[in-house]
Design a protein. Sequence first.
Length: 501
Amino acid sequence: MKTPRSDTDTLEDEEPLLQDACLVDGEWRGADDGRTFAVTDPATGEVIASVPLMSTGETEAAIRAAEAALPAWSARTAKERAAVLSRWAALLLEHRERLARILTREQGKPLAEARGEIAYTASFLTFFAAEAERVRGEVIPASTRESRIVVLRQPIGVVGCVTPWNFPAAMITRKAAPALAAGCTAVVKPAEQTPLSALAIAELGRQAGIPPGVLNVITGDAPSIGRALCESPAVRLLSFTGSTEVGRLLAAQCAPTVKKLSLELGGNAPFLVFPDADPEAAVEAAVLSKFRHSGQTCVCTNRFLVHDDLYPEFTERFAERVGRLTVGSGDEPGVDVGPLIDADGLAKAADHVADAVAQGAEVMVGGGPHRAGGTFFEPTVLRGVTPAMRVMREETFGPVAAVASFHTEREAVDLANDSRSGLAAYVFTRDLARAWRVTEALEVGMVGLNTGFLSVETAPFGGVKESGLGREGSHHGIEEFLELKFWHIGGLSSPGAAATS
Ligand code: NAP
């Protein structure tokens, strides 16, 4: 059984930022029928807040507000939009501790990771504030002397953003910052488990001077909100981060209105350790990449592939290191691994371990639900894993590390590419030629070479194959929110005509 927190451990200090309403057209409001749903703390199962259970009507109202706000917002100069984003970033950093506590309470990740996520969240605002002023057109050489070809970059219009629970804060600004920088307006729907961070961030956006209707955040029934966003002809881009399954459904729902799609979907990241790798560095990176956020990130390693020569040493060192990780509630000091988001997450981790063991894998450390109860799962290392096991084929999204072996570079690359996902991969080698060969051969959008960490606001984040479409972050990220308009100007006098007339 999970232990309830003491009466003194409430979110009282965070109250100025806690919202029990949604932001539509600059107003905080409830659902039309007054319905709400509960938000719980995954570490204890306690209800910590209630937020509106909105549906189609409220989504349509938010889209209308975004549509109405679009002309004035897109007409502002890039510098003016950048100033609002910069103020928003400053407010996020000013309230970093409050936001981190809200995030940990609704989501479960250790406070240190939550603080890191708030800094990452603010970094998108800072980065895209600067990027707003770098959206440039082009002049292309024309085919006749009397014409000119000019390319304009213009905001795509109203965008719908749907975000997951694993990064409740960062996924909001990874979409909203480039959208607003480009001159778009947005309707954002955060995940059911983690709406509080999104609403708190929206309140700080309001305080930073985002005009009514430019940023709307609604919570509630995902299928009806999603359908309203997909079916509205006014929404010109749907930017979604979440599972491949839901991404596929939303893509189909967007087809009738021929909407642009940005899809950041699930992964199945391989982590390749070659015989010339530094084993200690590889183990440290493996721990970071697998156990950060309890294994619940899309770029978490899902398949460790280690060369035969290093396999015994790597697995022993890795299991020893993982055995020292501390499991507990995210706001306890020194905790490395928090709870899983819900009972389904726990069941999936347990199923993957059971399936692997039934097919001959060995549990080196962990292997089941943690004694803390609830949705806590033991950090686990499995060896003797084979590619057919579920733990290798499906995204586990939990603290279970499956380690398989390989003999040749070709085999390692083939195993790594044997997936319909293609988000991230990690490569450990000190051989520069191998690093290039393997990186070029991997079917993924992102490669970490001798590092277990990938996510930075300055780099294009995204995947290939069934891991998605488009990129977020970096100067490429703002392109998703822009349309090109080509202007063919004719009837000009040819060069030199002015001099002779
Ligand atoms: P999810 O179940 O797909 O949910 C993501 C979002 O979609 C939530 O807001 C959810 O709302 C909403 N949703 C669910 N069904 C919907 C529907 N029928 N119509 C419209 N919206 C719908 O994914 P998750 O479990 O939250 O997140 C984990 C997944 O996200 C993993 O696969 C992970 O790899 C992926 N992810 C990818 C990236 C990336 O950048 N590639 C980053 C983070 C996570 P409710 O919560 O209200 O149901």
